[in-house]
Design a protein around this ligand. Structure first.
Ligand code: NCD
Length: 367
């Protein structure tokens, strides 16, 4: 059984296979219209969502399957204090596959220990959001014809933006990809992620606060919303919220074939006048999100025919605790280990940084 909790749960080859399947779904949707007949998807969304939940549900309906949905934390037993593990175990009694979004970082990793059906992370706090990455890479591949040898600029809230974390982890596996991180210093990429995703692998990146300076060199510009709900101090959010606004005047400096992506929702990072520019691909990206979720559901349910995943080494490593774990309490107030009953509090050594430890659930540095 395979799950998708973060981008590198799948190999490049597996992701290429998913995108090939997505291209085929776009080309001949009728062929897939009954593929999930009799199957049920449970959507457990404990945090607001429009696109992700609707696109998961639309994906399952378009495959001929059905959907069971918990729309909010307040209307589920989580409000009575049920653990994430128990909720997921129960959902697995009724559904064949689960997509879960949770405000606490590491929640799906806790749930993976007990789930009896394939589990998909639809966003865990400020940590990961791998199905948005599926939408992103299909869009990049369809619009530019490749996923390698690209200069990718990511702009906005790189600290709390989980879509950024998952996309960087994924594209870092492709040859010749360079990253330009564009943010105010307060919202820079988390250092541990830069270290494990890029520095350890000698992948080039630069950091700047200037969108204007970075723009002319980019093949892909990935704009993001400043994540208001993740700030402990709202005055900091107020000071940073309008750091970047892409408008047609600024976009004039971009390459003619640079594509502009945004996971959406936008607040005002991209002015609406940009929507008419052929380089604006964010609405296509939202559409591609539904198609890739169809490809993902088919594949995780083993209904993708010859395209099913092989039992790769990657699959065998999934869910296994890293070597050398020690007991330790995580200080991240948004970590699942703060509330989940029965979850061991564990830290793993940070690769390449002797003496540094990270929480095995949310990846925050400990100590
Ligand atoms: C993103 C998310 O939820 O992280 N939205 C989405 O799933 N498309 C981005 C965001 O909320 O800013």
């Amino acid at each position: 059984m395979r799950h998708l909790l973060q981008s590198d749960d799948f190999t490049n080859q597996e992701l290429d296979g998913l995108m090939d399947l997505a291209d085929d779904i776009i080309a001949r949707p009728a062929h897939y219209a009954e593929a999930c007949r009799g199957k049920k998807l449970a959507t457990l969304f404990f945090e607001p969502s429009t696109r992700t939940r609707l696109s998961f549900e639309a994906a399952m309906y378009e495959l001929g399957g059905q959907v069971l949905s918990v729309a909010s934390m307040a209307s589920s037993s989580a409000a009575k204090g049920e653990s994430v593990s128990d909720t997921v175990r129960i959902a697995g009694c009724y559904a064949d596959i689960i997509a879960m979004r949770h405000p606490l970082e590491g929640a799906p990793y806790a749930a993976r220990r007990v789930t009896t059906v394939p589990l998909i992370n639809a966003g865990d706090g400020a940590h990961h959001h791998p199905t948005q990455t599926l939408a992103d890479i299909l869009t990049i591949r369809r619009e530019t014809g490749r996923l390698d040898h690209l200069t990718v600029g990511l702009c906005g809230d790189l600290k709390y933006g989980r879509t950024v974390h998952s996309l960087v982890e994924c594209l870092a596996q492709r040859a010749g990809v360079k990253f330009v991180f564009i943010s105010p210093p307060q919202l820079a990429m988390p250092r541990p992620m830069l270290h494990t995703m890029l520095e350890e692998k000698n992948i080039p990146y630069t950091e700047t606060a200037s969108l204007e300076q970075a723009l002319p060199g980019l093949d892909v510009l990935y704009m993001t919303r400043i994540q208001k709900e993740r700030f402990d101090d709202l005055s900091v959010y107020e000071a940073l919220k309008d750091s970047y606004v892409l408008d047609t005047a600024k976009l004039a400096a971009a390459k003619p074939d640079c594509i502009v992506l945004h996971p959406l929702p936008r607040v005002n990072e991209i002015s609406t006048e940009v929507d008419a520019d052929p380089r604006a691909c964010y609405f296509k990206q939202a559409y591609n999100g539904k198609i890739m979720r169809m490809a993902l559901i088919l594949t995780l349910l083993g209904l993708a025919g010859g395209r099913a995943f092989a039992e790769s080494e990657r699959a065998k490593g999934q869910g296994r605790l890293p070597d050398g774990c020690v007991e330790a309490v995580c200080e991240n107030s948004r970590c699942i280990s703060q509330t989940e009953q029965g979850l061991p509090r564990l830290a793993a050594p940070v690769a390449g940084k002797p003496g540094r430890w990270r929480c095995v659930w949310c990846d925050h540095l400990i100590g």
